[in-house]
Design a protein around this ligand. Structure first.
Ligand code: ATR
Length: 283
C-alpha cells in the first residue's frame, strides 16, 4: 500500500488494545478495496483522552473506533451523538464530519445486520444474558425492531432491573428482569437467546452462562457475542440440541463493516472481512 498526502487516516482508541482485531480487519479491507487509507491503533491514557479526541479534528482524521474503557468517557468531548449512541450512552465510532465530531454506536446495528445476514427476523420473546454495555446496545436495537418482549438475566440483579427500566422507558417493547439461576420460564418462552456476558471467552472456555438449554425451544435462535472461541460452550450446547446458532464473529464483522462504510462510503466486502478474522483466529 502506498501512502501520500491524500491518505485517509482512521484508527481505534482504547487502553489496552491488546487483542483488538480492528486494525487487521480495516487495513486488509482497505488494501483489498484499493482505498487510500490507513487504520492505526491508538493506546491512550485516560488523562489524555480529551486531547486524543481533539486530535481527530486537529489532524483531520476521518474517524476512529472507540473501545474499552472509553465508550462512555469520550462522550463529553464530542459535538453530537446519533440516536443509537445517545440511547445507549456509549460510542464505538467517532466520525469527523468536516470538523464536527459525531458519536455513533454500531454494536446494536452490527448485531441486527448479523441476524439479517442469517435470514432471521427478530420476533417473539427474547432472553438476554447479561446487563452491561453490549446487552444495552443489542437490546435497544432489538426493542426497536419489533420483538415482543425482552427479559434480562444477569448476575447483578440491579443491573438487569435498571436495563429493563431503560428499555421500558425507551418506548420499544416491554422488558423485565430475571436472575441467571432462575431463568427457566423465560428460556422456555424465548424465540431468541443472546449471550451478552463474557462467560465462555478464552481462556475459560469450559464455562457457559446457562447450565442447561433443556427448556429452550428447539427452534429458538441462540446467539453469542463471544467470538473467541467461535464455538463457545453455550453454542456447543445449542448445536447439540439442534438449535440454530449465530456466533460472535458475525456481530464483530458487521459492526466493523458498518463503521467502515460510514467512514469511507464504500460498501464493505463482508465475507472477506470475516475470512480475514477467521484466518487470524485459526492461527
Ligand atoms: P460489555 O461492554 O462487553 O457488555 P460489561 O459492560 O462489563 O461489558 O458487561 C459484561 C456483562 O457480563 C455484565 O452483565 C456482567 O455481569 P456483572 O455486571 O454482574 O459483572 C456479565 N458477566 C461477566 N462475567 C460474568 C460471570 N462470570 N457470570 C455472570 N455474568 C458475568
Amino acid at each position: 500500500m502506498k501512502f501520500d498526502t491524500h491518505t485517509v487516516v482512521m484508527g481505534i482508541l482504547g487502553n489496552p488494545l491488546g487483542h483488538s482485531l480492528s486494525p487487521l480487519m480495516h487495513n486488509q479491507v482497505m488494501e483489498r478495496s484499493s482505498f487510500n487509507g490507513i487504520y492505526i491503533p491508538f493506546t491512550v491514557e485516560e488523562s489524555q483522552l480529551g486531547e486524543a479526541v481533539t486530535a481527530i479534528r486537529a489532524l483531520g482524521m476521518r474517524g476512529v473506533n472507540v473501545t474499552i474503557p472509553y465508550k462512555e468517557k469520550v462522550i463529553p468531548f464530542l459535538d453530537a451523538l446519533s440516536d443509537q449512541a445517545r440511547a445507549c450512552g456509549a460510542v464505538n465510532l467517532i466520525e469527523n464530519q468536516d470538523g464536527k465530531l459525531i458519536g455513533h454506536n454500531m454494536d446494536g446495528p452490527g448485531f441486527m445486520a448479523s441476524l439479517r445476514d442469517a435470514g432471521i427476523s427478530p420476533e417473539g420473546e427474547v432472553l438476554i444474558l447479561g446487563a452491561g454495555g453490549a446487552a444495552r446496545a443489542i437490546s435497544y436495537s432489538l426493542s426497536m425492531a419489533g420483538v415482543q418482549n425482552l427479559t434480562f438475566a444477569a448476575r447483578t440483579q440491579e443491573k438487569a432491573k435498571a436495563l429493563a427500566d431503560f428499555i421500558n422507558q425507551s418506548g420499544g417493547c416491554p422488558a423485565g428482569a430475571a436472575s441467571l439461576d432462575n431463568v427457566q420460564e423465560s428460556l422456555a418462552r424465548a424465540r431468541m437467546i443472546v449471550n451478552c456476558t463474557s462467560v465462555g471467552m478464552a481462556p475459560k472456555v469450559e464455562f457457559s452462562p446457562l447450565s442447561s438449554l433443556e427448556k429452550a425451544k428447539m427452534d429458538a435462535v441462540l446467539c453469542d457475542i463471544v467470538y473467541n472461541p467461535l464455538e463457545t460452550r453455550l453454542l456447543a450446547m445449542g448445536i447439540a440440541r439442534g438449535m440454530r446458532t449465530i456466533d460472535g464473529l458475525s456481530m464483530l464483522v458487521y459492526q466493523g463493516a458498518l463503521s467502515f462504510e460510514r467512514l469511507t462510503g464504500i460498501e464493505p466486502p463482508v465475507d472477506y472481512m470475516r475470512q480475514v478474522l477467521l484466518e487470524h483466529l485459526a492461527k
